[in-house]
Design a protein around this ligand. Structure first.
Ligand SMILES: O=c1ccn([C@@H]2O[C@H](COP(=O)(O)OP(=O)(O)O)[C@@H](O)[C@H]2O)c(=O)[nH]1
Length: 345
């Protein structure tokens, strides 16, 4: 029996980097890459897709396990055809690792969600970002099935940055237009924003655009000191961000710096129980907090982050969920695997 894991190639951006980072960890526990190549899906896709999929699943044998990193980003029709093909092989076990829900991410029509749920219902086991997402999917037609909740995004790397100064600033890696609070913030603690696109706002005492940094260069920049901001505006938070796993949380902790998260997000208890920073309701509260804590408290936060930083750089959380998922799917257990940090949501 072999375990295969899908990985998207030929597409730039965080989503395919996330696939590759999960692949790296999966390979360390003996999984094999099942590479998918991004291509534009034409309206008459049904005619040719079968041939394409035959090539992709050539290494599959009856009884193997397939971990599908979902979505493929090629298209919802492609995802559905892919899982149907996998499940047409006798005794194949399908684990779907849900990394984004397209309906929620792009605020698309209900028909997209219906297709997504049809695809997810083919899984023998799901890896989901949160209990809240699980509830949402069930309300929209997801069947009862074994589920494992992801703890956090890992950032596997051999470089561990350890020198952090007491610097009262926020770091925010994300797009200016996607996060409107960046235009409105005027606090005392400056926000340093990292993204390739120049924002409409000019630099001032509260905001500074730094441009785009490759992942490890970004981690080096963040590691110099400050708080990683994991934030979104209320509308986006209520619709999606409060049930999703934000990539920037792992990036900040992998750089060794504490974080500010919004109360009610997937990780507020994880952050508080491990002393990795603060969960707050508003940016004003975050600003005042960062200005008022003592240098000793700041240094204590860096100390707390150290152990979690090691786990994230090692890929330990991803390795654990993948291993748990493989064991669960073979034991065919039917109860969700609890994540003690998500009891409150
Ligand atoms: O200069 C930059 C800005 C962003 N990123 C990456 O993009 C992620 C944030 O992307 P996005 O806002 O799409 O993800 P989210 O955190 O909302 O899941 C960061 O964690 C980094 O991994 C990067 O590598 N360099």
């Amino acid at each position: 029996m072999k375990t295969h894991i899908t990985t998207l190639n030929n597409m730039a951006g965080t989503a395919s980097l996330a696939h590759r980072r999960v692949l790296k960890v999966a390979q360390s526990i003996g999984c094999h890459e099942m590479g998918l190549s991004f291509y534009p899906l034409k309206p008459d896709y049904a005619k040719e897709i079968d041939k394409r999929l035959d090539g992709i699943i050539a290494p599959l044998n009856y009884g193997d396990i397939v971990i599908f990193q979902y979505p493929s980003w090629i298209g919802v029709n492609y995802d559905e055809s892919f899982v149907n093909k996998i499940k047409s092989y006798r005794d194949t076990k399908l684990i779907i690792f849900v990394q984004d829900i397209q309906k929620l991410m792009f605020d698309s029509e209900q028909a997209i969600l219906d297709m997504e749920i049809k695809t997810l219902n083919k899984a023998d086991l799901l890896i989901l970002p949160s209990k809240k997402m699980h509830r949402y999917l069930k309300e929209n037609g997801l069947d009862e099935k074994p589920v494992i909740y992801q703890t956090i995004w890992d950032m596997p790397s051999d470089i561990c940055f350890v020198d952090h100064a007491v610097t009262r600033c926020f770091h925010f890696a994300g797009n200016y237009n996607r996060f409107p609070f960046l235009a409105e913030y005027h606090g005392k603690t400056p926000i340093y924003q990292y993204d390739a696109n120049k924002p409409d706002r000019e630099n001032d005492d509260s905001f500074c655009w730094k441009g785009y940094f490759e992942q490890e260069k970004l981690m080096h920049e963040l590691s110099k000191g400050g708080f990683g901001l994991v934030w979104s505006d209320d509308e986006y938070f209520d619709r999606y961000y409060s049930m999703n796993q934000p990539y920037k949380l792992g990036t900040n902790l992998a750089a060794g710096i504490p974080v500010i998260v919004k109360r009610g997000c997937v990780h507020d208890k994880f952050v508080e129980r491990n002393g990795l920073g603060y969960a707050v309701d508003t940016l004003d509260e975050a600003d005042k907090l960062v200005q008022s804590i003592t240098d000793a408290e700041y240094i204590e936060l860096y100390r707390n982050v150290k152990n979690i930083q090691k786990l994230i750089l090692d890929g330990a959380y991803t390795r654990k969920i993948l291993q748990d998922a493989i064991i669960e799917v073979l034991e065919n257990a039917c109860t969700p695997v609890e994540n003690r940090y998500q009891d409150h949501i």
